[in-house]
Design a protein around this ligand. Structure first.
Ligand code: HEM
Length: 444
């Protein structure tokens, strides 16, 4: 291996002495990473305090990390610091043999016939949610979407009704995600007892209690659900899963399984409210295909425009704005060296808005998603669900849910945006709106 020289470091802003690019990064991580990528190219670097970050935005580099050479990369320190306090060592955070074993055990919950059964739950829950909306009133959209997707995932995967707990869960989640955002931008180690940390601990206690209740409910009355399957799973030597492990898996599925989809729904309804022509086309497709009937999974194939709208919304507003990894050995990209143990960020936000892949990238244009366009698009120029072995286990669940819920809402209501038409977002673990998205609901 050649000697390391400064030339081996990918180009990037040098920023201020000591602080590097900390302030620019903290102020607006979305824009900062995009600017760095556009200025310095697909392999870049920047400093935040004492840490050098590597920014990969070329689809072929991202594919190498996530797919072809995935065995050289782990999720790494920053990912663990942000997520382990919340989801412990569940499917999202675990590595190696432990991860493989659990993925194998949980995968059956996402097989096609199970998904078909969840589709009915998704539509039923949406109808229950809509029954609480009154024409003319203003709703906090994202709060409603969180409650809805929380109920959907709990009923689908765990067979449990959490409708009486969705409000406390949403509040606790807000504290937890706000804390993760402050942690990622301030880099205060999480053992420092700040006021934020105390609120975080209280919020986690609430989430833990909800998850414990869910598990107890299933332990008392096992059924055909993922918790009962995990409770029954045994090692080769006959050992069952520890209570802590089970808690981590249930917390992971519950949180990863609803916050992201709620964001995708909120963002989609937000952009539709600002594009009446696109909303009208979508409603026409729904009317022509469903003729007022409740959508089912069998209808989804006949609703191509609906799918394009969801895809385009996840392009411009990816619920997960960046994937992070750490190489376990030195890796070279385009002649630049990324040392073992360094954080690598692969931001969907930046890649999905790259004019090299998308014409007029800032425009919301569902029509761009033709078969020809998709066939030509580099594979990792669009990766809202990640890729490779660690790809989202709930990708089809989420795509089905987003389409069914949207279809049902748009059949019943037109939503008028009454809050700020510009969206202020925070880069937490997910892409989160910093103020309520308020919508006045009008009966169709
Ligand atoms: C629009 C909705 C969703 C988006 C954008 C999304 C995005 C992602 C992404 C990007 C990853 C990969 C993270 C990484 O590589 O570091 C991931 C992993 C994961 N997602 Fe999702 N997700 C969504 C919905 C769901 C749903 C509905 C579930 C479960 C019901 C779920 C459960 C998980 C789990 C358990 C993992 C970890 C998988 C593993 O490492 O084996 N997600 N998701």
């Amino acid at each position: 291996m050649p000697q390391q020289t400064t030339d081996w470091r990918p180009p990037g802003p040098r920023g201020l002495p000591v602080l590097g690019s900390t302030l620019d990064f903290q102020r607006d991580p979305f824009t900062f990473r995009t600017k760095v990528a556009r200025t310095y190219g697909p392999v870049a670097s920047f400093d935040v305090l004492t840490e050098t970050f590597y920014l990969l935005t070329g689809p072929e580099h991202i594919e190498r990390v996530l797919v072809h050479e995935n065995e050289k990369f782990i999720k790494g320190d920053i990912f663990q610091t942000l997520l382990s306090p919340v989801v412990g060592q569940g499917l999202l955070t675990s590595e190696g043999e432990q991860w493989r074993k659990q993925r194998h055990r949980i995968q059956p919950a996402f097989r096609p016939d199970a998904l078909t059964h969840y589709a009915d739950i998704m539509v039923e829950e949406t109808e229950e949610e809509l029954a609480t909306w009154n024409p003319g009133e203003v709703r906090n959209l994202h709060e409603d979407m969180l409650a809805l997707t929380g109920e959907i995932v709990a009923r689908s995967l765990f067979g449990v009704d959490v409708s009486d707990r969705t409000e406390v869960v949403a509040e606790a989640l807000d504290v937890v995600m706000g804390y993760a955002e402050s942690l990622s931008s301030s880099m205060v180690p999480n053992w420092v007892p700040t006021p934020g940390k105390r609120r975080f601990d209280e919020a986690m206690a609430i989430l833990d209690a909800v998850v414990d209740d869910i598990i107890e409910e299933r332990r008392a009355d096992p059924g055909d659900d993922v918790i009962s399957a995990l409770l029954a799973a045994e090692d080769e030597d006959g050992r069952t899963m520890s209570d802590d492990q089970l808690r981590d898996e249930v917390m992971t599925l519950f949180l990863a399984g609803h916050e992201t989809t709620a964001l995708s729904l909120s963002f989609t309804l937000f952009v539709l409210a600002q594009h009446p022509d696109i909303e009208e086309r979508l409603v026409t497709e729904l009317d022509d295909t469903l003729d007022g009937a409740t959508p089912t999974v069998a209808d989804l194939g006949d609703l191509p425009y609906l799918e394009r709208v969801v895809k385009e919304s996840m392009r411009l507003y990816p619920p997960v704005h960046a994937i992070i990894r750490e190489p376990t050995e030195d890796v070279v990209f385009d002649g630049y060296r990324v040392p073992a143990g360094s954080p690598i960020s692969m931001p969907q936000w930046t890649v999905h808005r790259d004019p090299a892949h998308y014409d007029d990238p800032m425009a919301f244009r569902p029509d761009r998603w033709t078969d020809e366009f998709e066939a030509e698009l580099p594979r990792y120029a669009y990766f809202p669900f990640g890729g490779g072995p660690r790809r989202c286990i709930g990708d089809r669940f989420a795509m089905m849910e987003a389409r069914l819920v949207l279809a049902r809402i748009l059949q019943a209501y037109h939503l008028e945006l009454v809050s700020d038409p510009s969206l202020d977002l925070a880069a937490s673990i997910t892409t989160r709106p910093t103020s309520p998205i308020e919508m006045r609901v009008h009966e169709r």
